[in-house]
Design a binder for this molecule. Structure first.
Ligand SMILES: Nc1ncnc2c1ncn2[C@@H]1O[C@H](COP(=O)(O)OP(=O)(O)OP(=O)(O)O)[C@@H](O)[C@H]1O
Ligand SMILES: [Mg+2]
Length: 532
């Protein structure tokens, strides 16, 4: 159970939320929505006890499982399976048992005896914690989220950003907390995993708050909607399912519009009357009262909501390049014993539109990293054609540096632009005024995506390598970015689970992983996208 009373949230100098009071009890499944940068993540952090509200109180009963939007797990040398098991404290017990097993071979008999005693004690502890069944349960959760057994045995360091996120999600679900706080849990999940997650969460007996831009998930899952309205710094609470919420919000907007029109009409009539009466000395006092009443009427209606701001994106003409700016031959890559793919060929022609499809773990992100030159292939070669300029959009915003500001990033991406021009580009990606002085580390998920894309825009790239570019974007920004991509004249290699994104791109060709087969795009492949 979570109860918030008069909570106020601030980010730097900005007020995000004022006087929000609500309660989330067992059985409540809340969808927390609002545009990029509204403060959803900030609110969730506070509820999870990782941040303090500027004012007000948050009371928490029972345990809380929190999946942050940006997962930066601590020890990257830990095994993926241990990370999941750590949610119930099982990882330490199992690590202790592994150490005791080793010590049983010690030449010193006293040490051997101690090891046997340790082992017994740890085994007892293991059975108290649910024992070996728990291990099996963790593995099955992981498998449902698209993490095969082989991946569980790897250290986190070797996992892709998407895989690490799935490990974190598995860990939270395995922990079995009473209240779950999930920030964009479906980022990087394939369609099967999303469906599984939806059903799993529908069966959750405790409370749940989920932040998501995935309207299908919300429609299937939530029983209440909290809308964080950035314009009013208010949390609107709807005790309704998703569809009813949409209707109600629409009706609310209509009512506010009507009230506004009426108030303006009444105020104008009052004002006109007041003006007429003011001419007569005997009625001056009454006239003043009327004018005041008109003012009060206008103050009482809520200001017209600003239409949701969206990025006005246009990619500049790409730098000139040869007929085949980028080609790869015989690429293979393995991590330890895990072979990701072997012998992949690919030719990216000027202006080509290529979609990379493949199941989770088939190596889509790895392929883009090889093409981008941030990672070396085990075999094969990447050939840069004449005039190649790559723009790489990384899945987890790896290209951004937390400590450097928005403007500093732009400065190094486009050193030839004047500061005024740099600010204009940033402005078209909705970074205005003070926003450009923010370090990248404090940006919201959607803001990071926008910054990373802005940096691509100014780079003059003629080959864009895009890894899930629509994750974290609110619907309005997503539409804007997709239509800009559609108009982009350079080549695009796209990895995505987003069917709409593929449709918007109208791809020419497809590369299927892990087989590395390249083919012409056909409509039948569209169904594969969400599965990929
Ligand atoms: N220390 C800080 N200084 C200035 N601004 C900050 C700071 N921390 C956060 N912000 C700003 O607060 C706002 C709210 O961020 P938050 O991450 O909560 O948004 P969000 O609703 O989760 O957005 P998204 O949908 O993009 O994930 C953002 O505009 C962010 O840039
Ligand atoms: Mg967020």
């Amino acid at each position: 159970m979570i109860a918030a009373h008069d909570v106020e949230l601030r980010a730097g100098p900005r007020l995000l939320l004022e006087q929000a009071s609500f309660q989330v009890s067992a059985g409540d499944r809340v969808g927390l929505v609002g545009r990029n940068g509204a403060g959803k993540t900030t609110l969730l952090r506070v509820l999870a006890g990782e941040g303090q509200p500027a004012a007000g109180t948050v009371r928490v009963g029972g345990t809380v499982g929190y999946l942050p939007q940006d997962t930066r797990s601590g020890n990257l040398n830990a095994l993926a399976s241990d990370r999941i098991l750590s949610a119930r404290g099982l990882d330490e017990v199992l690590a202790g048992m592994r150490a005791a097993e080793k010590a049983m071979a010690d030449p010193d008999p006293a040490r051997r005896d101690a090891a046997v005693r340790d082992y017994g004690r740890l085994e007892e502890r293991l059975s108290v914690l649910g024992g070996y069944a728990a291990e099996a349960e963790a593995a099955s959760l992981a498998a449902s989220l698209g993490l095969p057994g082989a991946v569980l045995g790897q250290p986190l360091r070797t996992l892709s950003g998407g895989q690490r996120r799935r490990v974190e999600l598995a860990r939270i679900l395995f922990g079995g907390a009473g209240t779950l706080l999930l920030d964009e849990p479906t980022n990087h999940l394939d369609a099967d995993s999303v469906r599984w997650l939806r059903d799993h969460l529908r069966g959750h007996r405790g409370g749940l708050i989920v932040v998501s831009h995935d309207t299908e998930l919300l429609a299937a899952l939530v029983t209440k909607v909290f809308h964080l309205d950035a314009d009013r710094a208010a949390l609107d609470i709807y005790n309704l399912g998703w569809r009813a919420y949409l209707d109600q919000r629409e009706a609310d907007a209509r009512r506010r519009r009507r009230e506004r029109v009426n108030a303006h009409r009444q105020a104008a009539a009052l004002q006109a009357q007041a003006d007429r009466m003011r001419a007569k000395a005997t009625k001056a006092k009454a006239a003043q009262g009327m004018a005041r009443r008109a003012e009060r009427l206008l103050a009482g209606v809520t200001a017209e909501r600003q239409p949701e701001r969206v990025a006005r994106l246009r990619f500049p003409e790409p730098a000139h390049c040869g007929k085949v700016p980028l080609a790869a031959r015989g690429l293979s890559k393995s991590y330890g014993s895990l072979e990701v793919f072997t012998d992949v060929d690919l030719a990216v022609d000027r202006g080509a539109r290529i979609v990379v499809l493949g199941l989770n773990g088939a190596g889509k992100t790895t392929l883009l990293r090889l093409l981008a030159g941030v990672e070396e292939p085990d075999t094969g070669e990447i050939r840069a054609g004449h005039g190649l300029r790559i723009g790489y959009y990384a899945q987890e915003h790896e290209t951004l540096e937390a400590g450097r500001t928005v403007l500093e990033h732009m400065r190094s991406a486009a050193p030839d632009l004047s500061e005024a021009e740099q600010r204009t580009v940033l402005g078209s990606f909705l970074f205005s005024g003070d926003d450009v002085a923010k370090p990248a580390g404090v940006l919201s998920g959607g803001e990071k995506t926008r910054l990373a894309l802005a940096l691509l825009v100014v780079s003059g790239a003629n080959v864009l390598l895009l890894d899930e570019p629509t994750n974290n974007l609110d619907p309005a920004s997503r539409a804007e970015i997709l239509s800009a991509l559609r108009r982009f004249a350079g080549a695009i290699v796209l990895v995505t689970h987003d069917e709409g994104a593929v449709e918007a791109l109208s791809p020419h060709r497809v590369l299927l992983l892990p087989d590395g087969v390249e083919d012409l795009w056909s409509a039948g492949l569209a169904d594969l996208v969400a599965l990929a």
